[in-house]
Design a protein around this ligand. Structure first.
Ligand SMILES: [Zn+2]
Length: 360
């Protein structure tokens, strides 16, 4: 009796095996149709959930005759594992497709280069020239002094020995400042040079003194090589026994450390605050002395003005001009930046055009 049951058409093992085949076919069909998350989740719970078909089938193995249990249990487990991994693969493919679609929708072009949040900054050409020059003079024992940009007429002109009728004191050249308290209009000016810092430093410190004074200066002037605001650096050295030889040695050494080895010449010139005065030229940086547009075919470019400090200045600052002598020099930083990088127009430096400035 028992044999006919186990090998007949109602054999529970054979029944499960047949059902397993049907389930598998059903699973494949549903999986092939599944298009979204919900469908995939439904398949998961229908087959593998607590009340899923395969879970129930695993449980029914317990009701089989004991000799069939291991074989059928194994068969069911194998099918279950195979179908589970098939489902996982499909879920992963589906997730990947969803990500691709999202990226396409967001119009994010992954092939574009990244956008930097902050552009890297750099020192402005004029500031760079100023730091380099200050460094050179610092190595020669000069320290940095500063003074106000809105200056008293006294320090800007009178104390520097400018006579009252000097053309520089004309309204055409100088910006006069009307102070809020209504003082006489000619008392305050935007300083036209860094030379007033000489006077202030000598008044404060006396002699000996060795300073440089870099800073902004202002004149009513504007064309390709002039700007109403520009930069100068003033050099002052006062001590016992300072002679014109010291002036020549210091300035030649500065020019050659900044521009490299080249010819330097001194031409007599006049400035009210020095005696004697000189203009200093160096061999053109562009053509090396052959003659070009920059040096107007002369082979030389003017680089600074200098001279021995006028005794009147020393005395007015309370320095004994019998005991002390000194030299002073002034140079335009903007002009030096033009020469350094071969630029033809000063305005380039102040247009704040990063495309241009970043080339330097
Ligand atoms: Zn030249």
């Amino acid at each position: 009796m028992s044999e006919s049951i186990s090998s007949g058409p109602t054999d529970p093992g054979a029944e499960i095996a047949q059902k397993l085949g049907t389930l598998r076919a059903e699973f494949e069909a549903k999986l092939a149709e599944a298009r979204d998350d919900a469908a995939l989740q439904r398949i998961k719970s229908d087959f593998f959930g607590p009340k899923g078909e395969l879970t129930l089938m695993s449980r029914s193995v317990g009701q089989l005759p004991s000799e069939q249990r291991p074989v059928m249990g194994k068969a069911i487990n194998e099918v279950k594992r195979a179908l589970e991994s098939e489902l996982d693969r499909k879920i992963q493919d589906h997730e990947a497709r969803k990500r691709d679609e999202e990226l396409r929708r967001s119009r994010l072009d992954m092939t574009l280069p990244g956008r930097a949040l902050h552009a890297k900054g750099a020192v402005h050409p004029v500031a760079r020239v100023m730091y380099e020059i200050s460094d050179i003079f610092a190595r020669m024992g000069f320290s940095v002094a500063t003074g106000p940009e809105v200056e008293l007429d006294f320090y800007n002109f009178e104390a520097l020995n400018f006579p009252p009728d000097h053309p520089a004191r004309d309204m055409q050249d100088t910006f006069f400042v009307r102070p809020p308290d209504g003082r006489a209009i000619k008392d305050l000016v935007l300083r036209t040079h860094t030379s007033p810092v000489q006077i202030r430093a000598m008044e404060r410190q006396g002699a000996p003194i060795r300073i440089i004074a870099p800073g902004r200066v202002y004149r009513c002037d504007q064309d390709a090589t002039h700007s109403p605001m520009f930069h100068q650096i003033e050099v002052l050295c006062v001590d016992e026994g300072v002679s014109f030889a010291h002036l020549k040695g210091t300035l030649t050494s500065f020019i050659q450390s900044f521009f490299g080895s080249r010819g330097v010449r001194f031409r007599p010139s006049f400035f009210p605050f020095v005696e004697p005065g000189a203009e200093v030229d160096m061999q053109c940086t562009m053509c090396g002395g052959e003659g070009c547009r920059i040096c107007k075919q002369t082979g030389w470019v003017e680089i600074l003005g200098a001279g021995m400090v006028h005794p009147v200045l020393l005395e007015s600052c309370g320095i004994d001009s019998e005991r002390y002598t000194g030299f002073a020099a002034g140079l335009g930083l903007d002009r030096i930046a033009l020469l350094r990088w071969g630029l033809d127009e000063l305005a380039h430096l102040y247009r704040s055009d990063v495309r241009f400035l970043s080339q330097i």
